[in-house]
Design a protein around this ligand. Structure first.
Ligand code: SAM
Ligand code: DTB
Ligand code: SF4
Length: 326
C-alpha cells in the first residue's frame, strides 16, 4: 500500500495542516503501522544511514537561538575556538569512516560564513570526499554564490533547519527570520545541493507547532533529502535549558508523521538519542527513522557511545546503509 504518493509515483507536497493534525491524532499503533508500511515501500526495512558530526568552529556565535550552547548570548561555559585546520578535520573523518560512518557532517557556529571561510571549508570538503565519504556542512545562512562554490568543491548535503513552526519560531530565535531560512534553502536548491532540513522537538512548543513544522517541510518545493528530527538537548545556561523533557511516544509520533509525509526522505533520529532508552529508539526506527549520528559527541553535547549503538544495531538486526553510487 503506497499511501503517500500520487498515482504517477510522485510524492505529495500539498498536505494540509488538518490532514497532518489528523495523522497525529490516529491511534498510536495505526500511525506506526502506516509509517512502517510507507517506509518499506521506499527503503530497505533494516538499513540505517550513519553520519558523524564534527564541530569545525565552536562557540561565540552572534545568533540568539534559545536552544544552543554556542550562542554568545548564553553563559554555558563552552570554550570558543577558531576554525580547525584542514588536516585535523580530514584525520577525524578518516577515523569516522573506519568506524562505519558513510557521511561526514561539519558544523560551524556562524550566522553566515565569510567568503574566505567558505574557501577553507571547500578544502575540507575536498579532503573528506577523497576518503570516499559523502559530505555535509552546516555553516548558517548562505548566499547563492557561496552555495555554488560549495557545490563546485563537491559538497553533497547542506544542513539548515527550520527548527519549529513559523508561529513558534520567534519564541526561539530573534536574530534571523523564518524567511531567511527559506531563502537559504532556495539558494541550495538553485546550486543543486541536496538539502538536510528538519527541526527540534521539546522547546516548549505545542502539538500544533509540530504540525506546523512538518507542514512547512512537507510543502517545500522539493522535500528535503534528509529530515533530522532533534529532541532538544537541554544545555544548562541556555534560554531553553529548563524545558520539560519530550515524551518518547510523542517523539515517535513526530517521526512517524514525518515518514508518512516525506516518504522518500531519510528521516534522522538526530540529537537527543542519549536520553532515549533502547526501547524508545527501537520505536522510532519502527516509526520510520532510518538515519542516526554515530560517535560519542554531536557538536558540543554527548551522543550515545559507539559501543552502545553497535549493540543496539546488532540487537535490532539493523545494518549500515551504503551511499548510493554517484
Ligand atoms: N550555526 C549554523 C546554523 O544554526 O545554521 C549551524 C549549526 S547549528 C548547531 C545546526 C542545528 O543544530 C540547529 O539548527 C538546531 O536545529 C540544531 N541544534 C543546535 N543545538 C541543539 C540542541 N541543544 N538540541 C537539539 N538540536 C540542536
Ligand atoms: C541537526 O539537525 N542536528 C545536528 C546537526 N543538524 C548539525 C546538530 C545537533 C546539535 C546538538 C547540540 C550540540 O551538540 O551542540
Ligand atoms: Fe549559532 Fe547555529 Fe547555535 Fe544558532 S544554532 S546560535 S546560528 S551555532
Amino acid at each position: 500500500m503506497n499511501v503517500s504518493s500520487y498515482p504517477d509515483g510522485n510524492v505529495r507536497r500539498d498536505w494540509t495542516r488538518e490532514e497532518i493534525a489528523g495523522l497525529f491524532a490516529l491511534p498510536f499503533l495505526d500511525l506506526v503501522m502506516r509509517a512502517q508500511t510507507v517506509h518499506r515501500a521506499y527503503f530497505a526495512a533494516n538499513e540505517v544511514q550513519i553520519s558523524q558530526l564534527l564541530s569545525i568552529k565552536t562557540g561565540g556565535c552572534p545568533e540568539d537561538c534559545g536552544y544552543c550552547s554556542q550562542s554568545a548570548s548564553h553563559a554555558t561555559g563552552l570554550k570558543a575556538s577558531k576554525l580547525m585546520d584542514v588536516a585535523d578535520v580530514v584525520a577525524d573523518a578518516r577515523a569516522a569512516r573506519d568506524a562505519g560512518a558513510t557521511r561526514y557532517c561539519m558544523g560551524a557556529a556562524w550566522r553566515s560564513p565569510k567568503d574566505r571561510d567558505v574557501e577553507a571549508v571547500c578544502e575540507m570538503i575536498e579532503g573528506v570526499k577523497a576518503l570516499g565519504m559523502e559530505t555535509c556542512v552546516t555553516l548558517g545562512m548562505l548566499s547563492g554564490p557561496q552555495a555554488q562554490r560549495l557545490k563546485e568543491a563537491g559538497l553533497d548535503y547542506y544542513n539548515h533547519n527550520l527548527d519549529t513552526s513559523p508561529e513558534y519560531y520567534t519564541e526561539v530565535i530573534t536574530t534571523r527570520t523564518y524567511q531567511d531560512r527559506l531563502d537559504t534553502l532556495e539558494n541550495l536548491r538553485a546550486a543543486d545541493i541536496a538539502v538536510c532540513c528538519g527541526g527540534i522537538i521539546g522547546m516548549g512548543e505545542q502539538r500544533e507547532d509540530r504540525v506546523g513544522l512538518l507542514h512547512s517541510l512537507a510543502t517545500l518545493p522539493v522535500h528535503p533529502e534528509s529530515v533530522p528530527i532533534n529532541s532538544l538537548v537541554r544545555v544548562a545556561g541556555t534560554r531553553l535549558g529548563d524545558s520539560a523533557p519530550v515524551d518518547a511516544i510523542e517523539f515517535a509520533r513526530v517521526i512517524a508523521v514525518a515518514r508518512i509525509l516525506m516518504p522518500k526522505s531519510m528521516v534522522r533520529l538526530s540529537a537527543g538519542r542519549g536520553e532515549l532508552t533502547d526501547e524508545a529508539q527501537a520505536l522510532c526506527f519502527l516509526a520510520g527513522a532510518n538515519s542516526i549520528f554515530y560517535g560519542d559527541k554531536l557538536l558540543t553535547t554527548p551522543n550515545p557511545e559507539e559501543s552502545r549503538d553497535r549493540k543496539l544495531m546488532r540487537t535490532l538486526g539493523l545494518v549500515p546503509m551504503q551511499p548510493a553510487a554517484t
